[in-house]
Design a binder for this molecule. Structure first.
Ligand SMILES: [Zn+2]
Length: 257
């Protein structure tokens, strides 16, 4: 954070669970956004507006015109110029809040890059679009004791869960192995823009709780959404963490060759 004038956050500081102390924590905090697509661009925007001091963006894709219906940070100009998502996102985020340190990293998060990407970060926000990547991220987050917020959206349906290593179940506690249906993608099934925005808002609010010193307020449940059928369900997952390969046995097989 280059500038510690907090006056721009007055309406946020008035929100009691934050206060000045929470805001001061936010401006000194950092978040890694893995994947700057629909979830990642909305979540990054919310965290930058809230004043998170350091945002690292990781993505290896270019902006396409078919992204824009759900990816808040990109414009027609970005798609016509085939801009890198991390570059275009960083540019727009700096215009939103020049006091945040925005660090674009043009890379795909994989088992080789994950460790370096999470280094020094206080929270990780899932903006990926596939389960193999999320299993790598889960292993890496648990191994490095980094809280992370898992989310995925397909069609109008979504899931979200906050994972605090050592305290809450991890993604492998929940799913065991990479789901066999994980081949389905937004390309085939489509995706509802407002569902992406809404779930990213849930993710960002979880990240803000963690970063502002309110980690005890993080949601312990799996949240399941269907925005077309007006359903939001909280699923108790507290009993899932029994003999997990990852978070109990510390066997991080998705980080191995
Ligand atoms: Zn686990």
């Amino acid at each position: 954070m280059k500038n510690m004038d907090l006056s721009r956050y007055a309406r946020q500081i008035s929100f009691k669970p934050f206060g000045v102390e929470g805001q001061q924590r936010l401006v000194k905090s950092s978040a890694l956004i893995v994947g700057v697509g629909g979830l990642g661009s909305w979540a990054a925007e919310l965290l930058v507006r809230a004043g998170v001091g350091h945002i690292r963006l990781a993505d290896d894709d270019c902006v396409e015109i078919t992204n824009i219906h759900r990816q808040s940070l990109f414009t027609e100009k970005d798609s016509s110029e085939r801009s890198l998502k991390v570059t275009a996102a960083a540019e727009h985020l700096r215009e939103i809040n020049s006091s945040c340190n925005i660090e674009p990293v043009f890379t795909r998060m994989d088992r080789l890059t994950a460790g370096k990407l999470v280094e020094g970060m206080d929270v990780i926000v899932d903006g990926t679009d596939n389960f193999p990547a999320r299993f790598i991220l889960n292993d890496c987050a648990v191994k490095n004791s980094k809280p992370w917020v898992f989310a995925g959206v397909l069609g109008s349906e979504a899931q979200m869960m906050t994972i605090i290593p050592g305290k809450t179940p991890c993604l492998r506690c929940l799913l065991g192995q990479v789901p066999s249906c994980s081949g389905q993608s937004c390309r085939e099934v489509g995706v509802l823009g407002p569902a992406v925005a809404a779930v990213a808002a849930f993710e960002a609010s979880e990240a803000l709780k963690i970063l502002s010193g309110n980690i005890d307020r993080a949601n312990p449940n799996l949240v399941v959404f269907d925005f077309w059928s007006n359903i939001i369900e909280q699923v108790n997952v507290s009993k899932l963490r029994t003999d997990c390969t990852c978070c109990v046995q510390k066997n991080f097989e998705f980080l191995e060759p």
